[in-house]
Design a protein around this ligand. Structure first.
Ligand code: NDP
Ligand code: 2IT
Length: 460
């Protein structure tokens, strides 16, 4: 008998009422934070059968506790631009949950950053990090600083000011930030330098995503994109499909997108489109990744310029249109809520077979419904993009051991972790009565590990 068969209908009804009640509490306590509400709603709804089966979680107020961050830090970040003008940004770090390890999660620098966005990301990170099977808690941070158009000197002055405050709250055993949107190798390098200068010694494990020349892990740069493709590949193989000869659309053209494109191409797919926040390119011959890397990682230019090197390609303004391109596999790798219900319906009408969420929460709740109702294979963000943070945890391990693994060793570990996340999510979905629903499966598998650790550690 599966767990689902053991659950009584009246317990499900009671669990739903309880979960709804706590969700209302979260909304009341965090007014106006729509992204945070959305992330909480998705998790809470998935957990109804867990609460119906295990009264211990309700009795110990796990839901009320897990949705309230252990600590939120906000701070002023003053810095001087190249014209000598003083600028002020806001810095954030949400230390959400440390039941299974030090807080771990990226830093996002983007003008849209606010408390709601950092809280949604931090909340998701708890369950994602748990799914990796490693010893990392959930956290997230960032700033409303916009790196676009800033000189290297401005980025350095900003990140040094940011770290001058943030350093008080982080450390290799306390809280270990990494990159996210707008934070890559350059920013991590400046932040590590400033942390080391303030705190002394060589605390390599305080940040991940470091350069491989000073304590970084091989394959961390590739890990999120590669991991996402490994995860989707598991979903496809289970149904007798593969990337080979498939048509793929990838949104974004940043860190996650670039390495998702690379691995998909290696597996024999034709990637026909990618984008940035201004628009998207369509190349019917398949994207030339070298040009994208040169434009986005080296020259920091707009994706539109791809056409200079490839005049046969097409450019379209705006982001949503990318989902109207017919494809077998769609990998949203840019940002939250980039696929709405309408885009999801168009993808389905055009015959999409699988979605792999490289970005965090790229599909709205309504879009997810459309995919699940139409039997599209759906790899949710917490599972599909966990390869980045998993490899960050491997970087922490290497820093603690003062050694470095080869690219192949790290990549093999990443691959195994993604397969495990897939298997554990499938198993949880089956056990709790939602076969094939990896949203429910990954949320449940991620939740139980953290909830049991919280139970063991008492009311804290
Ligand atoms: P990057 O900054 O490297 O790239 C972000 C890409 O998304 C850029 O192409 C950017 O375009 C585009 N983008 C950003 N904001 C928007 C927006 N509001 N609308 C449309 N496009 C946008 O970030 P990453 O590749 O690191 O992150 C991408 C996603 O993956 C995020 O959701 C992040 O949280 C998630 N993620 C990242 C991980 C990592 O290891 N880096 C791990 C797990 C998840 P433009 O150049 O115009 O800004
Ligand atoms: O969303 C994420 O998982 C990340 N941005 C990576 C976090 C990390 O600590 O590597």
């Amino acid at each position: 008998m599966t767990i689902a068969q053991e659950i009584k209908q009246e317990d499900l009804v009671a669990a739903k009422a309880y979960v709804d009640e706590v969700y209302e509490l979260v909304k009341k306590r965090n007014p106006g934070e729509s992204e945070f509400h959305q992330a909480v709603k998705e998790i809470f709804d998935s957990l109804i059968p867990v609460f119906a089966k295990h009264p211990k979680y309700k009795e110990n107020a796990i839901l009320e506790r897990i949705s309230e961050p252990e600590r939120i830090i906000t701070f002023r970040v003053p810095w001087m631009d190249d014209e000598g003008k003083v600028q002020v940004n806001r810095g954030f770090r949400v230390q959400f949950n440390s039941a299974i390890g030090p807080y771990k999660g990226g830093l996002r620098f983007h003008p849209s950053v606010n408390a709601s966005i950092i809280k949604f990301l931090g909340f998701e990170q708890i369950f994602k990090n748990s799914l990796t099977g490693q010893w990392i808690g959930g956290g997230k941070g960032g700033s409303d600083f916009d790196p676009k158009g800033k000189s290297d000197a401005e980025v350095m002055r900003f990140t040094q000011s940011f770290m001058t405050e943030l350093n008080k709250y982080i450390g290799p055993d306390e809280d270990v930030p990494a990159g996210d949107i707008g934070v890559g190798g350059r920013e991590i390098g400046f932040m590590f330098g400033q942390y080391k200068r303030i705190r002394g010694g060589y605390p390599a494990g305080v940040l991940t995503g470091k350069g491989v020349g000073y304590g970084g892990s091989l394959a961390r740069t590739e890990a999120t994109g590669y991991g996402c493709v490994y995860f989707v590949n598991e979903m496809l193989q289970d149904q007798g499909m593969s990337f080979k000869d498939s048509t793929v659309v990838v949104s974004g053209s940043g860190n996650v997108s670039i390495y998702a494109i690379k691995k998909a191409q290696e597996l024999g797919a034709k990637v026909v489109a990618c984008s940035d926040s201004n628009g998207y390119i369509y190349d019917k011959n398949g994207i030339d990744l070298k040009t994208v890397v040169q434009l986005k990682e080296v020259e920091r230019k707009r994706i539109k310029e791809y056409l200079k090197a490839h005049p046969h390609a097409e450019y379209f303004e705006g982001c949503e249109g990318i989902w109207t391109i017919p494809c077998d596999i769609a990998l949203p790798c840019a940002t939250q809520n980039e696929i709405n219900e309408e885009s999801a319906k168009i993808l389905v009408a055009n015959g999409v077979k699988a979605i792999g969420e490289g970005a965090n929460m790229p599909s709205t709740l309504e879009a997810i419904e459309v995919f699940l109702n139409n039997k599209v294979l759906f790899g949710p963000a917490k599972a599909a993009n966990a390869g980045g943070v998993a490899t960050s945890a491997l970087e922490m391990v290497q820093n603690s051991m003062r050694l470095s693994w080869t690219f192949e060793e790290v990549d093999a570990k990443l691959h195994e972790i993604m397969k495990n996340i897939y298997r554990n999510s499938v198993r949880a979905a089956n056990e709790y009565g939602y076969p094939g629903n990896l949203v429910v499966g990954s949320n449940i598998a991620g939740f139980i590990r953290v909830a049991d650790a919280m139970l063991a550690q008492g009311v804290i």
